[in-house]
Design a protein around this ligand. Structure first.
Ligand SMILES: NC(=O)c1ccc[n+]([C@@H]2O[C@H](COP(=O)([O-])OP(=O)(O)OC[C@H]3O[C@@H](n4cnc5c(N)ncnc54)[C@H](O)[C@@H]3O)[C@@H](O)[C@H]2O)c1
Ligand SMILES: [Zn+2]
Length: 362
């Protein structure tokens, strides 16, 4: 078990990696004495799998649990799901001392987190992530929110969880496609900040690392540590430091936008985006062919795509890139790898960005 504490201006967050679900109650009791109400937000499927265990653990803390269920999938991460949750908060008579506990992947975490940030102007939040992506990424850092029909993550708030409880044993029921999805982010952490993690993944194989108990915990802890370090220095994304977490995401988002989120999972799009960014860095002489080959090799072993299924039009893709939030005065802004464990942020003309696209065209 490993613990990380992050101090933010107005809040403190404890991240426990390797804690078992049945021990969660003890930690909750310490943070939330007095037996407050606790609304556990989750999906029906996860309630069936783990409902009894989580309920028992929460009860053991002295808290009074109730469940609120939201449908699965990105399409459920919207204002209507948030409104249903507000109604449930009201029906369960939650007050300012009550706690919202998000038990699920990023969809549950973002939606429940947003409700916790806004109901009664803010209730304490606990994140218990159940997907690899949520364990290494979305449960840490305090970004919460829902989608608009036209735009992903456009409504949101920063709201730090008091506790992030990561029990890697929950991944036993996660489908392999979702494991691969999370592995794209794990590989991302290796490239942006943790060369040793990259080496561990190469030695054991990424899917094997995610499957073996001790290794899995170590891998998640290293990723969580990078995310925690980055967000603690730039909580509200005002200092530009958080930008490095977007490695692979500029092309990744453009691919997701063009294919309307249908052709690739997020992790697959990020994998393609990392290869594209690597190719750009190679073109600029920032990154070596050997490192690009190592990145490609690891993505391949994680079962992530190396090339697009169908070619994408250069002109349209350049247009989509030009709308990226990171851009400055007409130049495109990219996170580019320098060497394994180190990235830099560079503005580049569209012609350089398109070198990245060339490298992943079918
Ligand atoms: N807040 C942030 O900083 C941040 C960062 C990255 C991503 N996100 C968001 O996260 C979301 C994606 O999250 P995700 O990849 O976790 O997807 P998800 O939450 O949709 O979960 C994927 C699927 O796995 C199922 N599932 C979850 N845990 C399971 C388990 N243990 N066993 C069996 N099935 C399980 C879910 O029911 C769901 O169908 C996106 O909406 C994205 O915008 C947020
Ligand atoms: Zn991502």
């Amino acid at each position: 078990m490993k613990e990380i504490s992050i101090r933010f201006a107005g809040a403190a967050c404890r991240i426990v990696i390797g804690g078992r679900l049945r021990d969660l109650g003890r930690s909750l009791a310490r943070i939330f004495p007095g037996g407050p109400r606790c609304l556990i937000v989750t999906h029906p499927r996860l309630k069936t799998l783990y409902g009894r265990s989580i309920e028992r653990s929460v009860r053991r803390s002295g808290m009074r649990p109730a469940f609120a269920l939201i449908p699965e999938g990105e399409t459920a991460k919207n204002l209507s799901a948030a409104r249903d949750l507000y109604r449930k908060c009201l029906a369960e008579k939650l007050d300012r001392s009550s706690v919202i506990l998000a038990f699920g992947g990023g969809v549950v975490g973002d939606t429940a987190g947003f409700v916790a940030a806004t109901y009664l102007r803010g209730l304490p939040l606990v994140q218990v992530p159940t997907t690899l992506l949520a364990m290494v990424d979305s449960s840490i850092g305090g970004k919460t929110g829902v989608d608009l029909p036209q735009a992903k993550n456009f409504i949101g708030a920063f709201h730090q969880p008091k506790l992030v409880w990561i029990d890697p044993a929950l991944l036993a029921s996660l489908p392999e496609r979702e494991i691969r999805n999370g592995l794209a982010e794990v590989i991302k952490y290796g490239v942006i900040a943790d060369r040793d993690l990259f080496g561990i993944l190469e030695r054991s194989g990424p899917l094997q690392a995610a499957g073996r108990r001790a290794l899995r915990e170590k891998m998640i802890a290293r990723c969580a540590a990078v995310k925690a370090r980055v967000v603690s220095r730039d909580e509200r994304e005002t200092r530009g430091l958080r930008e490095i977490l977007n490695f692979g995401h500029t092309w990744g988002h453009a691919i997701e936008t063009f294919t309307r989120y249908r052709a690739y999972s997020h992790g697959e799009a990020v994998a393609l985006g990392m290869r594209a960014a690597g190719a750009m860095a190679l073109h600029l002489g920032l990154w070596t062919r050997t490192d690009q080959d190592r990145l490609t090799g690891l993505l391949r072993r994680a079962g992530l795509p190396l090339r697009l299924k169908d070619g994408l039009p250069r002109k349209r893709m350049a247009e989509i890139l030009s709308r990226d939030k990171k851009n400055r005065s007409g130049l495109l802004r990219f996170v580019l790898p320098r060497r394994l464990g180190k990235v830099i942020v560079r503005t580049v003309p569209a012609s350089v960005a398109l070198k990245g696209l060339e490298a992943i065209q079918p």
